[in-house]
Design a binder for this molecule. Structure first.
Ligand code: XIL
Length: 301
């Protein structure tokens, strides 16, 4: 196979990219997207600030452009994200307590309902755990509405779009020995044992200034053993040349080695599209040429 999507399909997996709506009018960008990828994530266009800029007023223009582009070309779509402490609209940032809880649940319901039937997997909740050794929930206005806010969001998402897989998504949960990874694991285990609707865990897998941990496959297989899918949702690896290519190879191989690891998404197409462009973390250079890392992934799939 000579594209990422086709190569991933050979084992029933997908290969995706984060996409920005304003770049869909750029032919060079779209030609790589349409040739190589069979899953798409909106880089910003489905976030809370983009979809509900004023309370109760929903705007889906840019998100719909991305979804329509993808579905009309046979690609699938990951929804990102329904509830997050970051990129909240201004009106929500200052809210607390029961009013915020209600607003968050309404947001989850309305957005999931708008896209109902068109989303492969939703990142229902993003980045709800603290970094460092505490294993605690991240302090946020959403967390302060009560520790059960995450399961409430998942139940609302399931009711609004029963066909979408529902994921918890986070960064720095790649290393199995980290307290944050263990804390997320225990939450997923608890949700599965109590019947809270969760189908998948998203490992963002942003690797900057660190190599892929040696126990990365253990992390994937451990989550998978809880009965959930694992998806690599926002992969990028800072660096260049063989070292970058080797890290990409290790991520790809770890996913392939675990049957319930169902797909990989890179967080942008060309280095120049990256949220951390100076670290050249993607598979295509700024001119759209395939990098060593690209061939490393393609040859591993
Ligand atoms: C980033 C986008 O790439 C940027 O364009 C935006 O300015 C900030 O958000 N974790 C996530 C993503 O879940 O939504 C973030 O995306 C990167 C980190």
């Amino acid at each position: 196979q000579d594209t990422l999507g086709a190569a991933a399909s050979q084992t029933g997996r997908y290969f995706g990219a984060a996409v920005a709506a304003h770049k869909l009018s750029e032919p060079a960008y779209v030609s790589i997207l349409d040739r190589e990828f069979n899953m798409v994530t909106a880089e910003n266009e489905m976030k809370m600030d983009a979809t509900e800029p004023n309370q109760g007023q929903f705007t889906f223009g840019n998100a719909d452009r991305i979804v329509n582009h993808a579905l009309s070309r046979g690609m699938r779509v990951r929804g990102h994200t329904l509830a997050w402490h970051s990129q909240q609209p201004g009106w929500m940032q200052g809210m607390e307590g029961p009013g915020l809880r209600q607003a968050m649940l309404n947001h989850v319901t309305q957005v999931a309902a708008h896209f109902r039937g068109r989303i492969h997997s939703w990142d229902v909740v993003n980045e709800a755990f603290e970094d460092g050794g505490s294993g605690a929930r991240r302090n946020s206005n959403l967390q302060r509405t009560g520790n059960d806010w995450i399961e409430a969001a998942f139940r609302a998402a399931r009711a609004a779009d029963p066909g979408a897989k529902l994921c918890y998504n986070d960064y720095n949960i790649d290393d199995w020995s980290h307290a944050k990874t263990q804390a997320v694991y225990r939450m997923v285990q608890d949700f599965r044992s109590r019947g809270v609707p969760i189908d998948c865990v998203g490992l963002q897998s942003h690797f900057f200034g660190v190599n892929v941990p040696a126990n990365y496959q253990t992390t994937i297989s451990s989550f998978a053993a809880l009965g959930v899918e694992v998806q690599i949702t926002e992969l990028d690896v800072g660096g260049s040349g063989w070292q970058q290519a080797d890290n990409y190879r290790r991520v790809t191989q770890a996913c392939l080695n675990v049957p319930r690891c169902t797909g990989i998404t890179v967080w942008g197409i060309r280095d120049s599209d990256s949220w951390r462009a100076s670290q050249t973390p993607l598979l295509f250079d700024g001119q759209g040429n395939k990098k060593e890392a690209y061939y490393s992934v393609l040859n591993t799939l």
